[in-house]
Design a protein around this ligand. Structure first.
Ligand code: EPU
Length: 346
């Protein structure tokens, strides 16, 4: 760490532009991190010693229910590069503060396919491993090589591989044992040279067919364009309507519970899992309970995708959580299925 590095704290910092729900809350202190060394200077500074800390990238997976009485670290580390290649793959690295979608577009512009199914996901590169982002038949962990992180307690810089990150469905070590202990500073992806299009997801296949890709194999750019089109049609743009993407995870239930549910609801949308259990489409369950397009105060269920809760203007985090609880209650009563929130609620 550089001896001259010192932290610039801003007191009473507004977080509205740093959370995609657009909640109008403030941080007691905030500090913008543009170099790795600034991190330790910020957390070791006596002015904020002992205060709770929150790391924010794009703020796309967090529900801030009030002002944050502590130090917010705004990760703004920039940079992306092709690190190396071997016979089988290219390795690309991006700093944690890079916007995810811009990074995906940049890899394609370099002629490196592999991340196109994850186009237009809000948030930053550093946030991607925390919940192992996924969409349209691909999870980030399938393209992950390693990441670099700073352990806040010791200041040690660590390199973690996929095993250490313990990725699961919208889950990782950083949401569990590693929570609040590390700040991810950069991520390296492995993009295999034997690229195959991943175009099986129903919405994606429909969009590709509609744009004339019926016979020829779509290339990565065609998939990227189709994913962007599908997302724009279904998911609200956080800049226009505050949201954090899917608010709930798709619940995974035992096969016996699924069989019973299927008798009750023959149309239930479900995906069998390799372990014999069954993943249910939470959006379908919520929709079926009549919540799609409904509102409670300034919080609402999106009218085109029931999995997404939205800030209709001026909502508080508490209002969104009250709506989430009402939705969870109805789904539990009607289907006996518990919905787990995807974003971190603070
Ligand atoms: N459905 C409904 N009504 C709705 C929403 C969905 O009936 O209001 C049905 C759909 O017709 C479809 C099924 O539910 O048969 C699944 O819907 P969809 O394909 O839209 O995907 P999802 O399960 O709702 C998941 C991810 C999204 C990801 C899409 C595409 C989760 C929690 N969500 O949504 O991820 O973009 O698949 O891969 O796994 C996110 O995590 O923030 C996110 C947006």
């Amino acid at each position: 760490m550089s001896q001259t590095e010192s932290a610039a704290f801003i007191a009473g910092y507004p977080l509205k532009a740093h959370n995609t729900f657009g909640f109008d809350v403030r941080a007691q202190f905030a500090c913008r991190i543009e170099r790795e060394a600034q991190l330790m200077a910020a957390v070791r500074d006596p002015r904020t010693a002992g205060l709770p800390r929150l790391v924010l990238g794009g703020g796309s997976n967090v529900v801030l229910t009030g002002d944050f009485a502590g130090l917010v670290l705004l990760v703004a580390l920039q940079g992306r590069r092709i690190v190396r290649e071997d016979d089988d793959a290219w390795y690309v690295e991006a700093a944690a503060g890079e916007p995810w979608h811009d990074f995906v577009a940049w890899t394609l512009a370099q002629g490196l396919p592999g991340l196109e199914n994850l186009a237009l996901i809000p948030g930053t590169v550093g946030a991607a491993p925390i919940q192992n982002i996924g969409a349209y038949g691909l999870e980030m962990c399938e393209r992950f090589a390693s990441l670099r992180a700073v352990e806040l307690e010791t200041g040690a810089v660590v390199e973690l591989d996929a095993n250490a990150c313990r990725f699961g469905y919208r889950d990782s070590f950083f949401k569990r044992e590693g929570r609040d202990r590390f700040v991810i500073t950069s991520v390296t992806f492995r993009l295999p040279k034997t690229w195959q299009p991943r175009a099986g997801y129903a919405d994606l296949a429909r969009e590709l067919a509609a744009s004339g890709h019926t016979d020829a194999q779509p290339d990565a750019q065609a998939i990227f364009d189709a994913v962007v089109a599908v997302r724009r049609a279904k998911l609200p743009d956080p800049l226009q309507l505050g949201n954090a993407g899917s608010f709930f995870k798709n619940p995974v239930v035992e096969a016996t519970q699924f069989e019973a549910l299927k008798v009750q609801e023959p149309e239930v949308v479900a995906y069998p899992q390799p372990d014999g259990r069954v993943k249910l489409a939470a959006g379908w369950l919520i929709d079926r309970c009549g919540w799609k397009g409904r509102a409670m105060g300034a919080a609402g269920v999106h009218e085109r995708q029931a999995l997404v809760l939205v800030n209709r203007g001026g909502a508080s985090g508490a209002e969104v959580l009250a709506l989430a609880r009402a939705v969870q209650r109805d789904v539990l009563t009607r289907f006996g299925v518990e919905l787990e929130a995807e974003p971190v609620c603070l």
